[in-house]
Ligand binder design. Structure first.
Ligand SMILES: CC(C)(COP(=O)(O)OP(=O)(O)OC[C@H]1O[C@@H](n2cnc3c(N)ncnc32)[C@H](O)[C@@H]1OP(=O)(O)O)[C@@H](O)C(=O)NCCC(=O)NCCS
Length: 157
């Protein structure tokens, strides 16, 4: 992996994150929405990966009591398949574990094989499906969990 430094996201990161969003998602978050997240949302935690002097990866999560709801994880296309996504998630889990998170969840497109493989490597499991959750293109979401919301893991797929 190229040399990458991880740090917590701050409001000044909104523009760089918005650029990554455009590169990585068909329905990107806007710079305004990200600025609000980083300034006004007390439960939001953002993590930035920097390499070669620029932002090349980010992850965002909401702390909901003792659960971590992962909002987005993205790696710049030119920096993929080098272990950066794995390192970013490891860092996010390490820091939010320290804040008392005992279980994590997120939605992911059914067809997103890269993300599914990445999360399975961290013991996330498929707990359900949200039909037609995504737009552009319309697609089902898989609901992943790591740990359990009620202390009892249920693998349905
Ligand atoms: C998903 C994503 C974050 C992975 O980032 P990355 O830096 O390339 O991931 P890593 O190099 O750390 O790979 C970690 C593991 O993920 C899996 N993986 C990553 N890319 C993959 C691909 N294209 N196909 C299959 N598995 C893949 C592999 O298991 C890999 O482990 P390995 O390299 O030991 O085989 C990146 O592809 C991305 O930003 N995609 C677009 C945005 C997105 O889909 N985000 C997730 C939404 S929930």
């Amino acid at each position: 992996m190229r040399e990458v430094v991880f740090r917590r996201g701050v409001p000044e990161d909104a523009a760089a994150i918005a650029e990554l969003e455009i590169l990585c998602f068909s329905s990107p978050w806007s710079r305004d929405a990200l600025e609000k997240e980083l300034t006004e949302n007390p439960v939001a935690r953002y993590f930035i990966g920097e390499a070669e002097g620029r932002t090349v990866a980010y992850a965002g999560l909401w702390l909901v009591v003792d659960q971590g709801h992962i909002i987005n994880v993205a790696v710049h296309p030119a920096f993929r398949r080098q272990g950066l996504g794995k390192a970013l998630i490891r860092e996010m889990l390490r820091q939010t574990d320290q804040e008392g998170v005992t279980a994590y969840t997120l939605e992911v497109r059914l067809s997103n094989a890269a993300a599914l493989a990445l999360y399975q490597g961290f013991d996330f499991y498929v707990a359900g499906i949200r039909k037609n959750y995504y737009e552009e293109p319309v697609e089902d979401a898989l609901i992943l969990w790591r740990g359990s919301p009620d202390g009892e893991a249920k693998h349905i797929l």
